[in-house]
Design a protein around this ligand. Structure first.
Ligand code: F3S
Length: 284
């Protein structure tokens, strides 16, 4: 039996950068907080907690804090502009670990909404990245999650719109939604802000799942890109498992299994991927 890891799996550039920033700051001996969990992976967050890193859950908590000697690190998925304002007003020392690809979306929506365009974010309404992007709009903004919602949504006639996407959104679905608005005849400015890391992971997961008898997808329960990998793999391979850590893996492998494929979301550390890989290799 072969165990094969998808060509692209695990930490993406932005997450790696943010996590490394936190570990570097721990070394300074200062009191460290991250604004929200630094990435969507409970294992990473637990390890940081063990090392004394606190999490500021929301703006109210931030407002109630004393700036003191603490350093606040802004997570990879970004935060609304208001949070920077509060950090500045309160005199916090802070480090911005927002992924540059997310930062680019902030700049686009800030500029386009100032130019009078209605901002349409294609993505998951409740996702922190999307909430962060909304917080950089200077005017009306709406979030659309599905093509059905896009069909129903009718901005005023002649309204200028700007469409961007959550970095982890599915490329084909995004194109489809853009076409819906183009057919309706709106004056649109479209910026495909889907991150390559997502496409690469999705593509290589799909290729592997097509061949594999069993697919294991590793990632946090709240990670939207991991859930999407799971969806994609399930379509190609009926025996697809979603696990957070090795403890969730309860495999009974039939003799006929030739290939076990493994992939992991963009917030999954290498250590976890290796553990799962080694476990399957050794035990089956
Ligand atoms: Fe950045 Fe893309 Fe990762 S937007 S955080 S490199 S998935």
């Amino acid at each position: 039996m072969e165990v094969r890891l998808a060509e692209c799996a695990g930490f993406c550039f932005g997450v790696k950068r943010a996590v490394e920033t936190v570990y570097e700051q721990i070394e300074t001996g200062k009191t460290i907080y991250t604004y929200g969990p630094i990435v969507h992976n409970e294992e990473v967050v637990k390890d940081l907690e063990k090392k004394g890193v606190g999490i500021i859950e929301n703006r109210e908590e931030l407002i109630s804090m004393q700036s003191g000697a603490a350093t606040v690190i802004i997570r990879a998925h970004g935060v609304p502009k208001e949070i920077y304002d509060i950090l500045e007003q309160k005199g916090f020392e802070y480090i911005d670990a927002t992924c540059p690809f997310v930062k680019r979306i902030h700049r686009i929506v800030e500029k386009e909404s100032r130019n009078g365009r209605l901002i349409i974010i294609v993505g998951n309404q409740g996702h922190p990245e999307v909430r962060g992007i909304m917080g950089w709009c200077n005017g009306p903004v709406t979030v659309l999650e599905t093509p059905e919602e896009a069909e129903k949504f009718m901005p005023k006639e002649g309204e200028k719109i700007c469409i961007v996407s959550q970095t982890t959104y599915n490329y084909n679905k995004f194109q489809y939604i853009v076409e819906i608005f183009q057919k309706k005849g709106y004056n649109d400015s479209v910026v495909n802000t889907i991150c390559n890391a997502t496409e690469e992971r999705q593509q290589s997961a799909k290729v592997l799942a097509r061949e594999a008898d069993i697919m294991i997808v590793i990632g946090g329960k709240h990670s939207s890109n991991t859930r999407k990998l799971y969806e994609i793999c399930s379509r190609e391979c009926a025996n697809t498992y979603f696990i957070q850590t090795l403890d969730d893996l309860h495999l009974e492998l039939p003799k006929a299994v030739r290939l076990v494929g493994i992939t992991a979301g963009a917030s999954t550390p290498n250590k976890l991927i290796e553990e799962v890989q080694n476990y399957v290799r050794i035990n089956f």
